[in-house]
Write a protein that binds this ligand. Sequence first.
Ligand code: UT7
Length: 343
Amino acid sequence: MPNAYISGTGFYVPPRVVTNDDLANVYGIDTTHEWIVQRTGIEERRFSEAGVATSDLGLYASEEAIARAGIQKSDLDMIIFATLSPDMSFPGCGVFLQQKLGLCDLPDSKFVPALDIRNQCSGFLYGLGTAASMVQTGNAKHVLLVGAETHSAAIDLTTRGRAVSSLFGDGAGAVVVSATEENRGIRKWKLGADGRHANDLAQQVWDIKKRPFLPMSPEGVGQVYPEQMWPHMDGKQVFRHAVERMISVLMQTCVESGLTGADIDLFVFHQANLRINQYIQNHLGIPDEKMVSNIQRYGNTTAATIPILLAEAERSGKLKPGMKVAMVAFGAGFTWGCAIAEW
Ligand code: UT7
């Protein structure tokens, strides 16, 4: 059975920087830089322009990951796309990315499968488990795995929505998961979910139990009321469960891998709130030099946080071959996961 390893990383964030002061001064939200930094650590985030789709962000990140993997697009055997902010309701972003990469237009196109993953902040790790399994079972040699979000289009940028909208930003990260006979790669992954909390962080938009699924005006125009349109969150509940689940899944994955925390060289945590990650770091006694974060600059980019961190850590030299890396995420669902890789 081949090992599955991350052969290339890439990321893209849109150029437009939106600071906390911009939320107050440009969008008119009743908030302050101090409130947001104190509660979350976030200083700024990126918003893409109208006309840019999530699959576009994913495309730029993918092109970099494919180049850094040293392969051709035609070598890809599968696309996995994790997002909670897809271009449209259906089909998923995977097929749009496939087309934008030009994979369908190749003379010898393989028309590779394209799979969308709907696991929010844990989407990248759910995708990594899937990609690793495809590679280890010999069903694929190279899987393109993308996490990308366009939150700026679908958050309530008014005072009403400030508890959610001050947290999120746009961005994309991508990796290529490849087969190798070398003794390295993704060693272990564990995933979990607790559907009792499905409504604690959610964006309803429509209700499929209704006929039709959206209220309709006499003229036949679908109407979405603000409480359905925008995401809502029980922030304290999410915070508490995030801390508990991230600690326990990390410890379980280490124990089942025969490792202790001290054996891990780099901890790559989902970026939901700097305070969540600092709490976990202090609880487990992880030294600063083994942590990476970018929430200060990008906010919470949901499925994109971990692949963006991996790409940045590789570029900065913080992530080097041979290192043991623990990736951990928690988010809406609730869903969570951990993966340990030997880089
Ligand atoms: O990937 C998973 C995604 N989400 C998370 O991980 C989020 C986890 N939770 C959190 O990070 C925190 O719960 C928040 C940072 C979201 C909120 O912090 P909190 O201490 O739980 O605040 P709260 O929701 O209890 O709100 C306290 C007050 C409220 O005002 P009142 O009702 O006491 O007058 C909020 O309206 O703070 C207000 N508030 C704000 N004030 C200024 C909420 N958001 C803001 C804001 N600026 N941006």
